[in-house]
Design a protein around this ligand. Structure first.
Ligand code: PMP
Length: 411
């Protein structure tokens, strides 16, 4: 706990998440796969049901009352996201399907405009596939080069190398704020400042940051910032892309269709202004509404309080798991979010995952969509326990006991 953070009422919070009380394989569920997706509080579930029960209509097009109402709540959701990210202007917030689509949007618009043959895109060795593949596709199309900042043995970004790899050829940097596999928290503000000193814009993948810590896009000075609703206690199929206004004005549309236009003739289309210009077709209205409720929910608890509590959980779990014979934690950065990836000598991660599932404990096993990172550590995959603020020390104890049991059976 820091001086500013307050303890949070975990039992009351857990009651807000109906799924947490279910049983799996005859045991009370222990849900430790929050990095893949988080559970949803009742307020989010209710908001979605309320939309469909009371004011379901298409938005921005109808003059009738339901459409007006739905449009208003959808746009209020955008304002909630703006406030949450500290963006200066609500138009800088684009709703997408998720982090993956947000990154693809930037690669397909800004990337296509600015990356030419011989140029470079700088990413890091700890990126999720969704922050690798879109850039790789762009580089292939443009005959440009994907350059990768390495990580050290603790899973920390080699910031010394980062500075060296920023060059006159670098047209954009794309890096994660928090690694989904290692938990490493990158010093994005300092890295962005370094890139900006060379006039290079930066996209931050915030998929694993927004659920766990306060983010202010203006403070870190990000040019693009992406995150997903479903990892942030909101619905699936909704995500966000923040784009700095001065860049936004220069971007072409991402997809063509209805909703993004001012006028269409067969000769020429005049596009709507951002953000609608980037939201072709009927958007995920229920998703935006649910996401705003999720952000309200975490703000009511307070992200500083969440961050402090999750740090305690991380410390406790790290000590507990480290005491298990043969267990090695992959990712021991000084600055870490509440994610613990590990391997156990002589046992395949998949078998550990299955043995834990039999005990009602949900963890993720495999490469976590970070195959190059697995290669860096010369392992096929890990077991990953990823925590949220509704997890408890008792659940950590159950994980540790479950692992000890699994080792006895499988070793
Ligand atoms: N980036 C990171 C760091 C992630 O953890 C994930 C999801 N595992 C993604 C991007 C992709 O997010 P989504 O599948 O919601 O588009």
């Amino acid at each position: 706990m820091t001086a500013e953070s307050k303890p949070i009422d975990i039992p009351a919070i857990r009651r807000d998440f109906p799924l947490l009380s279910r049983e799996v394989n005859g045991r009370q569920l222990v849900y430790l796969d929050n990095g893949a997706t988080s559970q949803k509080p009742q307020t989010v579930i209710d908001a979605i049901a309320d939309y469909y029960s009371r004011y379901n209509a298409n938005i921005h097009r109808g003059v009738h009352a339901l459409s007006q109402e739905a449009s208003q709540v959808y746009e209020e959701a955008r304002a909630t996201v703006q406030k949450h990210l500290g963006a200066g202007n609500v138009n800088e917030i684009i709703f997408t399907r998720g982090t993956t689509e947000s990154i693809n949007l930037v690669a397909a618009t800004y990337g296509r405009m600015h990356v030419q043959a011989g140029d470079e895109v700088l990413i890091t060795a700890m990126e999720h596939h969704s922050n690798i593949v879109p850039w790789q596709m762009l580089c292939e199309e443009k005959n440009a080069k994907l350059v990768v900042v390495p990580v050290n043995d603790a899973g920390e970004l080699r910031t010394d190398e980062f500075g060296k790899l920023l060059s006159a050829k670098t047209k954009i940097v794309a890096l994660t704020q928090v690694s989904n596999t290692l938990g490493t928290v990158n010093p994005v503000k300092a890295l962005i400042a370094q890139a900006h000193a060379k006039n290079i814009p930066v996209l931050v993948d915030g998929a694993q940051a927004v659920p766990h810590m306060a983010v202010d896009v203006r403070d870190i000075d990000a040019d693009f910032y992406a995150f997903s609703g479903h990892k942030t206690f909101g619905p699936t199929g909704i995500g966000v892309l923040y784009v700095r206004e001065s860049i936004l004005e220069t971007l072409p549309p991402y997809q063509g269709g209805g909703g993004i236009i001012k006028t269409v003739t067969f000769e020429k289309t005049e596009y709507a202004d951002a953000p609608l210009k980037f939201e072709a077709g009927t958007p995920n209205i229920e998703g935006a509404i649910g996401l705003a409720k999720a952000l309200d929910y975490i703000n009511a608890i307070g992200l500083d309080n969440i961050h402090a509590y999750e740090n305690q959980l991380l410390e406790y779990a790290t000590a507990k798991l480290s005491a298990i014979a043969g267990l090695r934690i992959i990712g021991t950065a000084k600055e870490k979010a509440a994610v613990i990836s590990f391997v156990i000598e002589g046992i395949h991660p998949f078998d550990i995952g299955m043995a834990l599932d039999a005990q009602g404990i949900a963890v993720r096993t495999g490469h976590h969509c970070t195959q190059p990172l697995m290669d860096r550590f010369s392992i096929p995959g890990t077991v990953r326990a990823s925590f949220a603020f509704y997890n408890t020390k008792e659940e950590v104890d159950l994980l540790a006991a479950g692992l000890t049991k699994a080792v006895k059976i499988l070793a």
